[in-house]
Design a protein around this ligand. Structure first.
Ligand code: FPP
Length: 271
């Protein structure tokens, strides 16, 4: 697959048969009855992946699209309900103009390329973030993909673009304050449910598992409200190297955890 900048996308790093065998072994270890319902991902490390190969950072982003395809495919194949990808943050607008332009172009191009497969696989695209800030060309492609997949009932794929949790929480605070000021709701009665319903992710269950690639231990303004009880998984693997086997390892690790939601171990293990 070639991106608009002529960047080579699909790379096979090891013998594909060995990789397939490793993946099969890992997939057999996944308990299909205890899958995370919702997985969120901070896709980090594209720039370092490219630089370490003497390439431009944009090559890392192009290669990152291949990883997006892989995690979408595996999520869909396993029957995971929701996948949320942090594709472009509010803070990413501060990157050099050329990188922002390349990323926007790439995202628009990738979504257009993938649309037939997404529809065939019953994947529904949701756009989360300040989408009006996205330049017209890619925005049109994104909105088109969202509209064309609106009836899809399989994997719900949330693409966070021009998104940050503080943007989202500020917007929710303004909405609730305006409703209280107009007398529609009582400010003293605003509940956690009211706040959740005012977020860009209204109606979507909170992530069970949050994966961050690229070796950093940060949340970077992502889903701050929604990840209150998510299991966190950090891996040094750079996003373009995050393949299905790496994803399977994260799910297996998630399944080894005891989720207590503030209760004691005895409470959650006794029926
Ligand atoms: C972070 O790596 C990655 C991004 C800011 C962009 C992620 C976008 C993609 C993978 C393309 C997404 C495409 C679709 C269709 C969703 P970085 O550049 O911060 O890497 P570094 O930490 O190594 O510099």
């Amino acid at each position: 697959m070639n991106s608009p900048s002529g960047v080579r996308c699909a790379t096979i790093k090891t013998d594909p048969y060995i990789k397939m065998e490793e993946l099969d072994i890992l997939l057999q270890q996944i308990d299909k009855d205890r899958l995370p319902r919702h997985v969120a991902m901070i896709m980090d490390g594209n720039g370092r992946w490219a630089r370490s190969r003497g390439m431009e950072r944009s090559n890392g982003h192009s290669e990152g699209v291949v990883s997006v395809r892989r995690v979408t495919e595996l999520s869909s194949d396993l029957g995971i309900g929701y996948l949320t990808l942090y594709a472009f943050s509010t803070e990413n607008w501060n990157r050099p103009d050329a990188e922002v332009e390349t990323l926007m172009h790439l995202i628009g191009w990738a979504i257009e390329q993938e649309l037939p497969d997404l529809k065939r696989n019953n994947v529904r695209i949701h756009l989360i973030g300040d989408i009006d800030r996205i330049p017209e060309g890619p925005r049109r492609r994104l909105l088109d993909a969202r509209d064309q997949t609106a009836g899809c009932t399989g994997l719900q794929l949330m693409m966070c673009l021009s998104y940050s949790a503080r943007w989202e929480l500020t917007r929710a605070a303004r909405t609730l304050a305006a409703r209280a000021a107009s007398g529609e709701i009582d400010a003293a009665s605003i509940s956690e449910e009211d706040i959740a319903a005012s977020l860009a992710t209204a109606g979507i269950p909170d992530p069970d598992l949050l994966i961050r690639t690229g070796g950093e231990y940060r949340i970077s303004n992502f889903l701050l409200w929604q990840i209150a009880y998510s299991e966190l998984y950090f891996t040094p693997t750079l996003w373009p190297d995050f393949d299905k086997a790496e994803y399977a390892k994260a799910i297996i690790d998630y399944q080894s955890r005891e989720r207590r939601f503030g209760k004691t171990s005895d409470q959650v293990t006794s029926k």
